[in-house]
Design a protein around this ligand. Sequence first.
Ligand code: PMP
Length: 358
Amino acid sequence: MDVTNVRPEVRDVPAYRFEARPALVKLDQNENPDDLPATLREAALARVAAAAWHRYPALHPDGLAARLATRHDWPADGVVVAGGSNVLIQALVVLSGLGRRTVALSPSFPLYAQQARLLGSALQEVPLGPEHAFPVAAVIEAVGSGSGVAFLPAPLAPTGNAVDPRDLQRVAEAAGPGWTIVIDEAYAEFAGSDHTALARSFPRVVLLRTLSKAFGLAGARLGYAVAHPELAVELRKVVLPFSVSALQLAVGEAVLDAPEWIDERVRATVAERERLSAGLRERGVRHVPSVTNFLLLSVVDAAATHLGLLRHGVLVRRQDHLPGLAGALRVTVGRPDENDAFLRAWDALTRVNGEPHA
Ligand code: PMP
């Protein structure tokens, strides 16, 4: 069928790339390697059982928003909850980017650019600096005039390195009044970073958080924005009403009842990240210093190494299609046994092929 009935902006955009593959050791999506403990799952199921399935849920999940707000010492009406931070990325392009500009770092999370293209916002991609550094001067220049939305992941993704908070402060100071500056903190828990203070000082700075990583709820689909309450009123108009189901809410509330579990998972992941990084260093494998739950490696032949690892039952993610990331593979920090399996598979490949990973 010729799809001339579809807007060219949509036809021209490639679909979001993700190929699900079965693997014994799944280190490809930066998920939490452990599911919720049985007691928490039961608590969530009890909440699901008690929910009224035939009734609409809250128009906006204010109860969950209030609980998330206390984690940031933020007014409850300044938190906007949605079915994943993906949803909020789209909403933020609609809020401030449509008919204006969208600034995205390159490489970074591909969804920013994809949503800008789909929605017909003029996309301006700003390349990372040397060693994948946050390109502060170029971002300042981009947001110094005109209007739109800028997506700045901190920590950076998919490279995993930290952003100096002073650089974000400089961007916030330089941004013109027509700009919404979004700091995507998807991996902030693993970095111990928090830009709430910046958002408090600069009301056009919005923080984006997800429950998919440190909170271990990628399957439940929940994310939230922390914004000035007046900006949150506008953002809520854009997010579709009733879009967070009673089932999602039940799971989100159950995990918020157990913040010690989240903290423990973050501690364990950070310790494993450092062990995995040391293991790669011993093997002479170049990788970006990471403050997240993943490591970006550089190999000679990303396709061959990806396939070789998969043959040993270990699935990692290719990133070598992204600009400036030739030879890049991304490995999620898993459980200790999974990380050991990854290193064993790596050694087995290296033995067979000599030293393909330098
Ligand atoms: N931002 C970044 C930087 C991400 O890496 C991801 C997911 N990989 C998201 C946002 C989207 O997360 P969610 O599951 O909340 O939609």
